[in-house]
Ligand binder design. Structure first.
Ligand SMILES: NC(=O)c1ccc[n+]([C@@H]2O[C@H](COP(=O)([O-])OP(=O)(O)OC[C@H]3O[C@@H](n4cnc5c(N)ncnc54)[C@H](O)[C@@H]3O)[C@@H](O)[C@H]2O)c1
Ligand SMILES: [Zn+2]
Length: 373
C-alpha cells in the first residue's frame, strides 16, 4: 500500500521477513527494537535473533506494557538507553508493538539527536489500521492524553496479521470498530465486505484480515495525505469519536476505545439522521454490522446522557467552546455543509438522542465489561 512517500506492507507471515524488509526500506548501521514487555516476550526475541542472523546489528529495548507507560518518564528512560547503547544518527528505531509502543517509540525517534528514522511494526489491530499510519507520535501527561508529541513519519510500516492470533479477542473487536469507521466514512463496498467476513474477522483469521487491514490503511493514509496537519478533511476520521471519547473518559478508560467508538458511531448516526444530514437507515446499518462483530451499539449502563454531553463539551482538543460532530451523509460518505467537516448540534437534541441510545436494548447490547481491557 503506498502511503505518500513510504510503503506499507501487509502480509500474513511477514514477521520473518522483517530483516530483509528493513535492510531495503530503512537501511541503517544499527537498529533499536523498542517493545513493551508482553510483545518483547512474544515476538521481540524472535525478531532480534532473525535480524542478527541476517547480519544486522540489533538490540531489543523494553518498557512495561500499558498506557501508563506512555509518559515523558519512559521517553527519557528509553532515550537514555539508546544513548547508552551508543545508537548514532545512522541508527534506526523499530517500534514493535501496539499503539502505545508506536506513539512512545516514535516520539523517542522523533527527538533522538533531533530525529532519526523509524519503522512501525504494529502488533495490535488498532495500531495496524490507525496508530501506525499518519505520523503522529507522542506521550500522555497528567493534564491529558497525547498532549506532548511530534509529527514524525515512519520509513515504512510492516504489518503481519498473523500476530493478531495472540491478541485478546476484545482487543481484536476494538480494532474492528475503527475498520467499520473507515468503511463508514469512505467506502460503502468495504462496509459490505466487513459484514460478509464478520465471523472470520472476529476470530482474527489472518487471511480474512489482510485485505481489511490493507483497505483501512489505504483509507486512513488517503485522508491523512490530503490533510497532514488536520486542517479539514482529516476531521472525517473523528466520526463516532465525539461521543466515543466522552464514553471512554466517563469509564475512566475502563471501556476499550473501539467499544466506545462503536457506541459513538451509532449515536452520531442517529444525531445526523435527526438533523437531516444523514440518510435514514444509516444508524440501523451500523448497528447491524457492529452487532455482527460483537461490538456494542448503545450507551453502556450508567452513562448518563447529561454526563456524556458535559464531558464532550470539555474535551481538551475542542478549540471552540461548542461541541462539534463529524456526521455521515450516508454509509461511505461524510456530510459537509458550507465547506465545513464538523457541525455543532443543539444540546437538547443531543440529550434526547443519547437518552434513546441508553435505553436497555436487549440482545443488541453488549455488556461494557466485554470491552474492558
Ligand atoms: N498515533 C495515532 O495516530 C494514534 C491513533 C490511535 C490510537 N493511538 C494510541 O494507541 C494507543 C492504544 O493502542 P493499543 O490499543 O494498540 O494499545 P497497546 O499498545 O497498549 O496494546 C494493547 C495490549 O496488547 C498487548 N499486545 C500488543 N500486541 C499483541 C499481540 N500481538 N499479542 C498479544 N498481546 C499484544 C500489549 O502488550 C498491550 O498490553 C493509545 O495510547 C492511543 O492514544 C495513536
Ligand atoms: Zn479511534
Amino acid at each position: 500500500v503506498p502511503a505518500g512517500g513510504y510503503d506499507i506492507v501487509v502480509r500474513p507471515g511477514l514477521l520473518r521477513d522483517v530483516p530483509s524488509l528493513v535492510a531495503t526500506l530503512a537501511p541503517a548501521a544499527r537498529y533499536a527494537i523498542i517493545s513493551d514487555a508482553t510483545v518483547a516476550e512474544l515476538y521481540g526475541g524472535g525478531v532480534v535473533a532473525a535480524m542478527r542472523s541476517a547480519g544486522l546489528d540489533a538490540e531489543l529495548v523494553r518498557f512495561p506494557a500499558g498506557e501508563a507507560s506512555k509518559t515523558r518518564e519512559q521517553w527519557a528512560r528509553l532515550t537514555d538507553e539508546l544513548l547508552a547503547l551508543r545508537l548514532g544518527r545512522d541508527g534506526c528505531v523499530i517500534a514493535l508493538g501496539g499503539g502505545v509502543t508506536g506513539d512512545l517509540a516514535g516520539f523517542v525517534a522523533a527527538t533522538y539527536m533531533r530525529g532519526i528514522p523509524f519503522v512501525q511494526v504494529p502488533t495490535t489491530l488498532l495500531a495496524m489500521i490507525d496508530a501506525a499510519v499518519g505520523g503522529k507520535t507522542g506521550v500522555d501527561t497528567p493534564a491529558g492524553k497525547n498532549l506532548v508529541g511530534a509529527f514524525h513519519q515512519p520509513k515504512t510500516v510492516l504489518v503481519d496479521p498473523r500476530v493478531l492470533q495472540t491478541l485478546p479477542a476484545a482487543e481484536v473487536r476494538s480494532g474492528l470498530a475503527e475498520a467499520v469507521k473507515h468503511a463508514a466514512i469512505a467506502d460503502a463496498r468495504h462496509f459490505d465486505a466487513l459484514a460478509a467476513a464478520a465471523s472470520a474477522l472476529c476470530e482474527a483469521d489472518a487471511e480474512a484480515l489482510a485485505p481489511v487491514i490493507a483497505r483501512s490503511i489505504e483509507i486512513k493514509a488517503g485522508v491523512v495525505g490530503a490533510d497532514p496537519f488536520e486542517a479539514g478533511p482529516r476531521k472525517a476520521l473523528n466520526f463516532g469519536h465525539t461521543i466515543g471519547h466522552a464514553l471512554e473518559t466517563l469509564s475512566d478508560y475502563g471501556m476499550a476505545h473501539g467499544y466506545a467508538v462503536a457506541a459513538g458511531m451509532v449515536a452520531e448516526a442517529e444525531l445526523g439522521e435527526a438533523v437531516g444530514f444523514t440518510e435514514r437507515g444509516t444508524a440501523e446499518r451500523l448497528r447491524e454490522l457492529l452487532r455482527g462483530l460483537g461490538l456494542p451499539t448503545g450507551l453502556p449502563a450508567g452513562a448518563e446522557p447529561s454526563a456524556v454531553l458535559e464531558v464532550a463539551r470539555s474535551d481538551k482538543k475542542a478549540r471552540e467552546a461548542r461541541t462539534e460532530y463529524t456526521l455521515l451523509a450516508r454509509i461511505g460518505e461524510v456530510a459537509r455543509s458550507g465547506g465545513k467537516w464538523t457541525h455543532p448540534l443543539p444540546e437538547d437534541l443531543v440529550l434526547a438522542v443519547l437518552a434513546r441510545e441508553s435505553e436497555p436494548g436487549g440482545e443488541s447490547r453488549v455488556s461494557p465489561n466485554d470491552g474492558t481491557i
